[in-house]
Write a protein that binds this ligand. Structure first.
Ligand code: GN1
Ligand code: MG
Length: 343
């Protein structure tokens, strides 16, 4: 790939000589741009329209990392590399923040779970992160995106998008909209849990998709979890639920042939077992009773966000074809229906 001026500028800011590296954009995530810089690095341009205060991201990682250094010194926590300025963030001329990470050799990410062992290891890895951070003062971390997984806010944003959407998009998504409204009882359940203080605010990852786990190539061993942009205060339901959302089906959120979406019971169980293998002694009895709700809440929330973005005219998630966000929302609804019919 021909290096853009921004990439040249950024690599230099990290003290690297751009002519010694090859850079390739990798397809990872809907928000930031990620590049493999060979040999040795992963470079990321943070979406400044989504992360309005990138310093919070960096600050959270600093807090977590210094806590872990003291309390779990052998734990492999992914660190951003400091630029020559001494800061981990580098701002390009357009004001986009960038970060550089080490690339771990012989590691891979996967987009779909194939085996219960993979699900167990990945769930255990996310559980381990939260367990290691369970003694860290939550109030020292800020939300990198305010009210990110607040389902009440997400529902309100959906309602607002409905009032502003074009007639064409509303018409196209008509059935989908009705079905999402039908599930609004999940919003009420969520609100009653939060208002009733039935869950503890903990430090959670908040984006526990299967492709945010780095596996050792050829094994089910997890090297570390990645994408710590939303490491911040949250409820365990968010992490567990997003794992269920993205691990249980053999087909991902991008699948448009919905008959391929399925709930694999053995994978579901492996997620719970893997997560609890670390979090069993941390979660309260009351929290454990809420486990069956996790998958539905998160699938509904992410589906709502896709639908909202579709109604807003695709301004948030990256898309590669027209109506992709509507398809993602329909995909998530299909999964939600399966999850709810088993509940
Ligand atoms: C976004 O970009 P990525 O894949 O890391 C989103 C998550 C969603 C996910 C859906 C900051 O994550 O909340 O679950 O897409 N992240 C942000 O695939 O909005
Ligand atoms: Mg992410």
């Amino acid at each position: 790939m021909e290096l853009s001026n921004a990439i040249i500028f950024v690599l230099q800011a990290y003290g690297l000589n751009p002519s010694e590296f090859s850079v390739e954009r990798i397809d990872s995530g809907h928000i930031n741009y990620t590049y493999k810089v060979e040999p040795g690095y992963i470079l990321q341009r943070i979406n400044k329209n989504v992360f309005l205060r990138p310093q919070v991201l960096s600050q959270n990682l600093k807090v977590a990392s210094s806590y872990l250094k003291q309390n779990a010194p052998d734990y492999l926590f992914l660190h951003a590399i400091n630029a020559t300025s001494g800061e981990d963030l580098v701002f390009d001329k357009e004001g986009y923040p960038w970060r550089l990470f080490p690339y771990f050799k012989n590691t891979i990410t996967i987009n779909e779970v194939d085996t219960p062992q993979q699900a167990y290891s990945a769930a255990r890895a996310f559980g381990l992160l939260s367990r290691h951070l369970s003694g860290c003062d939550v109030s020292k971390l800020e939300e990198t995106i305010p009210r990110f997984h607040d389902l009440s806010l997400r529902y309100q944003q959906f309602k607002e998008s409905l009032s502003k959407a074009s007639d064409e998009r509303k018409h196209l998504a008509h059935d989908l909209i009705d079905k999402y409204v039908h599930y609004d009882y999940l919003v009420n359940r969520y609100q009653s849990l939060v208002h009733g203080n039935r869950m503890h605010l903990r430090i959670t990852h908040n984006d526990t998709k299967i492709n945010n786990v780095l596996f050792e190539r050829g094994t089910d061993k997890v090297v570390c979890v990645i994408d710590l942009d939303t490491l911040m205060p949250g409820y365990f339901l968010y992490d567990l639920g997003d794992m269920i959302r993205t691990f249980v089906s053999p087909a991902s959120e991008e699948e448009t042939e919905f008959s391929k979406i399925k709930i694999r019971k053995e994978i579901y169980q492996a997620i719970i077992d893997g997560y609890l293998s670390e979090m069993d002694s941390i979660l309260t009895i009351e929290e454990k009773l809420l486990i069956p709700l996790a998958g539905s809440i998160m699938t509904y929330m992410i589906g709502l966000r896709f639908l909202t973005d579709f109604l807003n005219g695709d301004t948030y998630y990256q898309t590669s074809y027209l109506h992709q966000n509507m398809n993602r929302a329909a995909n998530q609804l299909y999964l939600l229906e399966l999850l709810e019919s088993q509940a």
